[in-house]
Design a protein around this ligand. Sequence first.
Ligand code: PLP
Length: 422
Amino acid sequence: MDNNGYSAVAQQLKGSDILKIANRLREMIAQGLRVCNLSVGDFSPKEFQIPDTLKKLIIESYQNNETNYPPSYGTVELRKSVQDFYKRRFNLEYELDEIQITSGSRPVAHSFYTCTLDKNSTILYPVPSWNNDLYAVLTQANEIRLLTKAENGFHPTREELEPHIHKAHVLALCSPSNPTGTMFTEKAIRGICELIIEENERRKGKERPLYLLFDSVYWMLTFGKFQHYNPVVLYPELKPYTVIVDGISKCFAATGVRVGWGLGPKHLISKMTHVIAHAGAWAPRAEQIAVSKYLYLDEDIQQYIQHTKNGIEQRLHKMYEIIQHLAQKGYPVYAIEPQGAMYLSVQFNLFGKKTPQNNILKNNNEIAEYLLDNAGLGVVPFQAFGYPEENGWFRISVGAVGMADIEWLTAQLEQALRQLNS
Ligand SMILES: Cc1ncc(COP(=O)(O)O)c(C=O)c1O
């Protein structure tokens, strides 16, 4: 078959399913229809802005003409600042050459995958999870997708990982999680950390190690009693095998500013930095200088995070209440209590229901379309995160909506559910 001379990677690579839904919503908005867009994992600057101080520091950096190439590792100032930040926040000690600065945090994951995986290796990751399926294609690695359970907050357990761990070269985890908004409990993450340590002990000197990619980009966005646990804090002996992904995109509502960082073993960070250099995926120098100064402003950060968290939590809890209220009324809906990040896991168990147009809802996409057309509600099916089960689970993301949008949705959603027949 003619494939236009594309590589195997290009032939398999597809765009993000989430963006497809976002485009559909945009079309509806362009047609003048009202929607409640809970589909994008981004912040609307109308609702959540970056910290004022950070904005001023960025402008100042440009005024100081900080506009040429930064070093491939990132500026010394920012690596030092990240180093101190991790020391203050986590009591973790990283050397400067164990820290990599990138253009947002996804190049950390991408360069990590490029350096640890190829077609002779295997990545193990839970589903639903963000982008691991796409990165696996990019590296052509074999993949083991572990189907997680709602009762575990869609996180894997040690027992579930254990049968696969011998085959894996990388285990990719994320907490607080995109798409579920849930977090590992201390007990659960401890169990997994111990499994990785035992596995690496077994492999020592005989087999290549098992690396852990721990994506913690939402770590500051946690609610109430739910706490973030960093694997290297819990088990310092994991440090040689762990790369932590972090950055400003989510916690500082700065997705378009593009500054991220990775922390990991020196030899691996050095390789990953070559990938970043060849891809040109540096964070802009002016932003690096600004973030390097901002990370020292603990009080400013604390106030900002508290304010942002309140806004996100208020929206998530309102959505959670709406779903609980509908469930009490007998509608087949369910949600997991918000724990962290900006997401809520919601189940619309509408399979086999008949729409007013006499269509039977047969899969998650049809449910998503029904909710969009009849309630103006934009949600993303877990299928967009590699989850294979058609059981009505969706991601709700609240960063781009105001409370008024959610209030508006309440009646719309109930009406859309009411007009479905069994
Ligand atoms: C879990 C997770 N990691 C990483 C990223 C990428 O962040 P960035 O925009 O900094 O590349 C995202 C973005 O949605 C995410 O959800």
